[in-house]
Design a binder for this molecule. Structure first.
Ligand SMILES: [Zn+2]
Length: 232
């Protein structure tokens, strides 16, 4: 899953509009960024692709990035980061903390729906979760694209962006949607794990950077503590 996570970030923006979209993209994609870094370090790994009709999908050994307990921890840490790093107004802090935690945990919930059972509860040898919608790939992709398109519409309605920023976010979501939909239907031998990890990381970095560009800030605004880019 890729563009669906961007959809989650766009929807959390509706809950806490003061958070920078780039920050929300990082939060919603955080455990995938972590996964590919851990793959490069040899701590997590990609399994052989499995086929579903004419599509295929990967399974993973990823207890640190994608375990249930690990995700509760990552979400709590994101909430804590939101609490400590944003502008120090009490009501804002609480809401930002919850929104960041929610954005991070949304990743596990969405992955749970599509993955075959490879999401461990705690550690690689614990029971694994996954509702296997990827076995019905056209349905999985249709729902993911629908989520992203709906979230984009909700975001655009509230954000009132300039024309070029609107084009930029629409283009970003559209390209991410094309990559999401085309990926399972690419045939031939999968690339080596290292190439897969590097190309995936590069894609995630570009997409999250575009989230910051769309909203015209990278944080560090008037308030030096405001490093998450919360609007003033
Ligand atoms: Zn994931």
């Amino acid at each position: 899953m890729f563009v669906g996570h961007l959809g989650a970030g766009l929807l959390v923006k509706r809950i806490e509009p003061r958070l920078n979209l780039g920050v929300l993209f990082v939060a919603a994609l955080f455990v995938d960024i972590l996964l590919w870094m851990l793959v490069l370090l040899g701590a997590e790994s990609v399994g052989a692709p499995q086929s579903a009709g004419s599509a295929r999908f990967f399974t993973f050994e990823f207890p640190y990035s994608h375990g249930l307990v690990a995700n509760v921890l990552w979400s709590a840490l994101a909430a804590l980061a939101g609490w400590f790093l944003v502008a120090p107004a009490a009501s804002r802090r609480t809401r930002v903390a919850w929104a960041l935690g929610l954005a991070v945990f949304s990743h596990f919930v969405l992955d749970l729906i599509v993955h075959v059972p490879d999401l461990p509860i705690l550690g690689e040898h614990s029971p694994k979760l996954g509702l296997s919608l990827w076995r019905h790939m056209p349905t999985a992709l249709a729902l993911e694209l629908l989520l992203a398109a709906g979230a984009l519409a909700v975001y655009l309605h509230a954000a009132r962006l300039s024309v070029w920023r609107t084009i930029l976010i629409c283009g970003t979501v559209a390209v991410a949607g094309i990559l999401t939909a085309a990926g399972p239907y690419i045939s031939g031998a999968p690339p080596p794990e290292r190439i897969l990890a590097l190309s995936s990381l590069a894609t995630l970095i570009v997409v999250t950077a575009l989230g910051f560009v769309v909203e015209g800030r990278v944080g560090l605004t008037a308030n030096r503590r405001n490093i998450l880019g919360v609007s003033q």
